[in-house]
Write a protein that binds this ligand. Structure first.
Ligand SMILES: Nc1ncnc2c1ncn2[C@@H]1O[C@H](COP(=O)(O)OP(=O)(O)OP(=O)(O)O)[C@@H](O)[C@H]1O
Length: 238
């Protein structure tokens, strides 16, 4: 695909004896928010790990920004936020961000910009282990923004967040995309699908469908994404 930030071809990954990804091929367009949706265990995290280059793969290829996934040259260009918070509980929000900024060699002002982007200014001087779950996941996200990455891979970033925070985070994702970043955001909540410009629907290690929300609704004749997903599963069985 022209203009794809991520290109995955015939990717097969086996984890713990299970085929977690089975000949997956897809492209993630540059400068858009692509949603990766599907039920628990369908392979979303495995696909994301393959894209950021931390997954041992059986066969196939993954290219990110034209380089093989995991290439050293991609380190500052690709950010990955896992489901588990990867920040220090005994440091403040600002302390964490300063620490990661110094490791990354991020420029002056990056810490404040990242704190503002995730709307944590009021919590900036609080210890991270005193924050709520939603605040904690926003600190992780802020660390990923320090380097102004071109590709952001976010594993279920809105899990456990209230509707207002979810709306605000999706607005942030779209602002980042409007500035040219490519976002791949996983979720197993189907109503988040309509917030994406493009969707990849997965099931049991396979890509069921890949396209715009409107195209998927049209293709299935369904009224909402949940029904569209079910229709695709039923269609796959026939
Ligand atoms: N560390 C592991 N060791 C062995 N098998 C694993 C491991 N992690 C995941 N798997 C298996 O790989 C498959 C895909 O899991 P994966 O975590 O990619 O799914 P997921 O769609 O991200 O799920 P969730 O939405 O629950 O995070 C599953 O069958 C799972 O049991």
């Amino acid at each position: 695909m022209q203009g794809a930030a991520v290109e995955v071809r015939d990717l097969t990954v086996v984890r713990g004896g299970v085929t977690a990804l089975d000949q997956v091929t897809l492209a993630v367009p540059t400068g858009q928010v692509t949603g990766l949706l599907g039920p628990s265990g369908c392979g979303k995290t495995t696909l994301m790990r393959s894209i950021v280059g931390v997954q041992i793969v059986e066969s196939g290829s993954v290219f990110v920004l034209g380089e093989p996934a995991g290439s050293p040259s991609l380190r500052s260009r690709v950010a990955y936020v896992t489901q588990a918070p990867s920040v220090y509980g005994d440091l403040t929000v600002r302390g964490n961000l300063r620490y990661f900024a110094s490791i990354l060699g991020a420029e002056d002002g990056a810490v404040d910009r990242a704190i503002d982007a995730v709307d944590l200014r009021a919590e900036a001087d609080r210890l991270v282990n005193r924050l709520s779950g939603g605040q904690l996941s926003r600190v992780s996200l802020a660390t990923a923004l320090l380097d102004e990455p071109e590709v952001l891979v976010l594993d279920e970033p809105t899990v456990g967040l209230d509707p207002v925070l979810r709306r605000d985070l999706w607005a942030l994702f779209h602002r980042l995309a409007a500035d040219g970043a490519t976002l791949l955001v996983s979720s197993h909540v189907m109503d988040e699908a309509t917030r994406c410009e493009r969707l990849v629907l997965m099931r049991e290690g396979h890509v069921l469908a890949d396209g715009t929300p409107d195209a998927l609704l049209e293709r299935t004749g369904a009224a909402d994404m949940e029904s569209a997903f079910l229709a695709l599963i039923e269609g796959g069985r026939s």
